[in-house]
Design a binder for this molecule. Structure first.
Ligand SMILES: C[S@@+](CC[C@H](N)C(=O)[O-])C[C@H]1O[C@@H](n2cnc3c(N)ncnc32)[C@H](O)[C@@H]1O
Length: 367
């Protein structure tokens, strides 16, 4: 099986944050939670460095509004402290676009030039590994990224995502999700300074069993599966390519998220990580919401599909045989997403990618 780090990247050249306004809204709405966590850190204005991190940042566009507010808040409260902000993602991420976002070379307004003594950096090390030296980060933030596992444990029969898996296959994904989450928390606990904070906005399954694009109406992952299956049935892709297409993701339940933080024997707990806050949030798909107003099915379909494509395309591309020329692979992907768009345009009711997040805030207890 392919390692996720070998192929995963959001669509580059700014496509991701342009097409994904919902992810930006989720982060912006969580800004008060982040500022409150910063205030609880009880930092002093002592001229030493403050370091914050944005893990799984993609092109940096969706978190920029939040960071402008949080960094301005830190700058006001602690005028003497230089601030380092470290963006992290996988090696194939479009880091060039990230730096263009930071340095005001896109249409997104940045904190750069607006605030003094802010030092941006980037790392291409996976969040499933150590990224920082021990006790060197004050605030770790991550949005809509922790559901990515490092490697899929098996192919899923008759589906493309673990939410459609059952039996031993479902359990295999859940087990990887459990182990990698426990490890990820332990790594972050080690990296945080005492009294540092972790704020994670995670894709997951809420108390009502809802998850991304599965909140009533047409289920997005079932739709992905139906159309990909159709391409296999008609011979556009092979059965092997269908079988090899599996999102390297695990959606965890609220209980699964908090389990290592409640278990005093867990390595994250023993490393000092303590749960301060957990809540699940539901954000209505901005494109479906707009459609409810304008009622133009084609406009909705044309605006909605790019948001799906911005993050799902690498998984479908990775399922296709490497023996196919790149142009042929792109043609297949175009056919696939065009069919999704046509299906939405023909019968728009019930489509939408509502976001379900499980927000977590943790503190690093003093030794
Ligand atoms: C859906 S995007 C979210 C981007 C941004 N944080 C947001 O909320 O809009 C998920 C990001 O996580 C990154 N990612 C996936 N696995 C990762 C890993 N193991 N380490 C670091 N980043 C990872 C992906 O490359 C992608 O950029």
């Amino acid at each position: 099986m392919n390692e996720t780090a070998g192929f995963m990247a959001m669509k580059g050249a700014g496509y991701y944050s342009k097409a994904t306004t919902g992810a930006r809204d989720v982060i912006n709405l969580a800004t008060p939670l982040i500022i409150a966590a910063v205030d609880r850190m009880n930092l002093a204005d002592d001229a030493t460095r403050v370091r914050v991190a944005d893990m799984g940042c993609a092109d940096g566009g969706t978190s920029m509004g939040m960071w402008r507010k949080v960094l301005a808040h830190l700058r006001r409260k602690f005028p003497s402290r230089p601030i380092e902000i470290v963006y992290t993602d996988l090696p194939r991420n479009d880091f060039s676009q990230l730096f263009r976002t930071i340095h005001n070379q896109t249409d997104i307004e940045s904190y750069q030039g607006e605030l003094d003594e802010i030092y941006p950096y980037a790392s291409g090390t996976s969040f499933h590994q150590k990224i920082f030296a021990a006790e060197s980060v004050n605030l770790v933030f991550s949005a809509t990224a922790s559901h990515y596992i490092s490697k899929v444990p098996c192919n899923i029969s008759d589906h493309v995502h673990m939410v459609g898996a059952s039996g031993a296959e479902r359990r295999a994904y859940e087990a990887v999700g459990r182990d990698e989450w426990a490890n990820l928390l332990t790594l972050r606990a080690r990296e945080l300074v005492p009294a540092g904070r972790l704020v994670f906005l995670n894709f997951g399954i809420d108390e009502k069993g809802r998850y991304l694009g599965h909140t009533g109406g047409v289920s997005m992952f079932d739709m992905f599966n139906r159309l990909w299956r159709e391409l296999a049935a008609e011979g556009t892709i092979t059965e092997a390519e269908y079988a090899n297409t599996n999102f390297p993701q695990v959606y965890r339940t609220v209980e699964e998220f908090v389990a290592p933080l409640k278990d005093e024997a867990s390595s994250a707990y023993r490393a000092g990580l303590r749960l301060e806050h957990v809540e699940s949030r539901h954000l209505v798909c901005p494109y479906a919401k707009a459609f409810a107003e304008h009622k133009e099915a084609t406009k909705f379909a044309n605006e909605y599909i790019p948001t799906l494509r911005s993050w799902s395309e690498p998984t479908f591309a990775a399922g296709l045989s490497g023996a196919r020329p790149a142009q042929e692979r792109m043609r297949i992907l175009d056919t696939f997403f065009t069919r999704y768009r046509d299906a939405v345009a023909a019968a728009p009711e019930g489509h939408g990618m509502d976001y379900i997040h499980v927000h977590l805030v943790c503190r690093k207890a003093p030794p």
